[in-house]
Write a protein that binds this ligand. Structure first.
Ligand code: DC
Length: 221
C-alpha cells in the first residue's frame, strides 16, 4: 500500500513548520522537518571546522550524520542540539550547504526513509518537487517577507532573545534569494502545488486548508 505523503514547501519563516507539525498531529502521521537535516549538516560542519562550501568534505558528513531524533530532542553525536539548530546563523549556514548538489544527493535517501505508514507530513523547499514527487498533496506555503520577518522577530523576543527587525528582514530576503537562485532544487512554486498564502491567516486556518485538501484528494480517489 502506498504511504500517503503531504509536502509543504515554502520560504524561511513562512510558518510551514508549525503548520506541517499540526497537520501531522491531526492526521496521526509522522513529521519530517527537512530543514533540520540541512541545519544539522551546517552545525556539524561548524563544530568540525569544515568550511560551508567544501562539498567534498560535507557530502560524506551529510551521509553519515550521527543523529537521533526524539519527540522534542535532537541528539548530534549524543549532544542535545534542538535549540542550537534554531539559531539564525545555523539557518543561514543550512542555506549555504543546501546549495551544494552533493549535500542534497547525500540527504535524499535519509529523507525518503521517513515515509512510513500511516503517512508523512514534511516541510522544506523541494519536498514536492524532488524528494516526494508522487506526494498525495503538495502545498506551497508562503507569506509576505515583511510578515515573515515580523513573525520571526516576535518568536525571538518571546524566547527572551535580542532581535533586530531590519536585520531579520534583510536576512530573510537574502536567504529567499539564495534558495531560489540555486541550480539544484531551487525554492519555487511548482504548478502542481496548491498555493497557500498565510500573510493574513492563523496557523489553525492554514492547517484547516491543508487537511481539507487532503480529504478532498482521498474522496476523489
Ligand atoms: O526550513 P528551514 O528554515 O529550517 O531551512 C533552513 C535552510 O535549509 C534553508 O534556507 C535552505 C535549506 N533547506 C533546503 O535547501 N532544502 C530543504 N528541503 C530544507 C531546507
Amino acid at each position: 500500500m502506498t504511504v500517503p505523503v503531504i509536502t509543504i514547501d515554502g520560504p524561511s519563516a513562512s510558518g510551514k513548520g508549525s503548520v506541517a507539525s499540526v497537520v501531522a498531529a491531526r492526521l496521526g502521521f509522522h513529521y519530517l522537518d527537512s530543514g533540520s537535516l540541512y541545519r544539522l549538516v551546517a552545525l556539524a560542519a561548524l563544530r568540525r571546522g569544515i568550511p560551508l562550501d567544501d562539498a567534498e568534505a560535507l557530502a560524506p558528513l551529510a551521509l553519515s550524520l550521527p543523529v537521533v531524533f526524539g519527540k522534542d530532542s535532537v541528539l548530534l553525536e549524543g549532544d542535545e542540539v534542538a535549540d542550537a539548530l534554531r539559531a539564525e546563523e545555523i539557518g543561514n549556514g543550512a542555506s549555504k550547504v543546501g546549495a551544494l548538489p552533493a549535500v542534497r544527493a547525500a540527504l535524499l535517501e535519509r529523507q525518503r526513509a521517513f515515509a512510513v505508514q500511516p503517512g508523512l507530513v514534511t516541510d522544506g523547499r523541494d519536498m514536492g518537487s524532488v524528494v516526494f514527487p508522487q506526494a498525495t498533496v503538495k502545498v506551497f506555503l508562503t507569506a509576505d517577507a515583511a510578515v515573515r520577518a515580523e513573525r520571526r522577530y516576535k518568536q525571538l523576543i518571546g524566547k527572551g532573545e535580542s532581535a533586530n527587525l531590519p536585520r531579520i528582514t534583510q536576512d530573510i530576503i537574502e536567504r529567499d534569494a539564495r534558495d531560489a537562485a540555486r541550480e539544484v532544487a531551487p525554492l519555487r512554486h511548482e504548478p502542481d502545488a496548491m498555493l497557500l498564502d498565510t500573510s493574513a491567516m492563523t496557523i489553525d486556518e492554514a492547517v484547516e486548508h491543508v487537511v481539507q485538501w487532503y480529504s478532498d484528494r482521498l474522496s476523489s480517489g
